[in-house]
Design a binder for this molecule. Sequence first.
Ligand SMILES: O=c1[nH]c(=O)c2[nH]c(=O)[nH]c2[nH]1
Length: 299
Amino acid sequence: MKLGMEKDLLLEQKHGKSRVRVARVWRQPGGKETIVEWNVNISLYSDCIPAYTDGDNSDIVATDSMKNTVYAKAKECVEQLSAEEFGVLLGKHFTSTYPKVTGATINIVEKPWERILMDGIPHGHGFKLGTEKHTTEININKLGEVKVTSGVEGLALLKTTQSGFVGFIRDKYTLLPDTKERMLATEVSAVWRYSKKPSCYTKAYISVQKTLVDVLFGSPHEGVYSPSVQNTLYFMAESVLHRFPEIEFIRLSMPNLHFLPVNLPNIVKFDHDVYVPTDEPHGTIEATLTRKKITFSKL
Ligand SMILES: O=c1[nH]c(=O)c2[nH]c(=O)[nH]c2[nH]1
């Protein structure tokens, strides 16, 4: 019996290839080399219902072909480009090449290879792995309309003072004392979407990250007091939207990684000096700050 889709059922589907790893090296005439390493995820939205209902694959782009396309397009990119630009290039390729593909989502995570400095001199072809990762998501439709988000993952930040938490709800379950002196440690994940293409995605990524870090720490000598992770997160997000008009929204996730005071009777009296670092359980503080659309009332 041929199995078809029942009339009263709705099938929503997508298919793609995940974790396609590719590295691309560019050699410059003077001998300097640059490298990017990307982990690419592709999802295609395509009109290929018969593949599900009838086993008819005639409208299917094989995920193996998607993987090969990543390598082929990386080869074609003779000039260095950002992960965002590579994602747009892939998305445009899939949506314009295959008639049945109506849209695509491309996610890329870039590995943080950083050029080695040897006695202050940038090495021509030596790199070490950094920590935080640059991410991007491209959403594109058949009309070529593109939405680009960029982000950072694993941005681990800590300050040893200038943080506190007071005035929260007290009830029979509350043990946490008020404090105006504590550590603040977090691992920031951020995602922001562009309403307009910035002049350079890579420069924008670096500047947004710098803004987040600057706001959390404050000036080198005085710092800035944080009354909660929530308040600091808000000022970080607000500062990004203030400084970058081309960014439409920013979503921040900042776990509160607790450093617990060590107090051992007759052995260690805590004086804001000895802590037990923990990463679980941790607080989870997340928020999205979006520009309100300016609406013009009819005259
Ligand atoms: O900055 C903080 N926000 C919280 O919501 C919270 N909750 C908690 O126990 N400690 C903290 N710290």
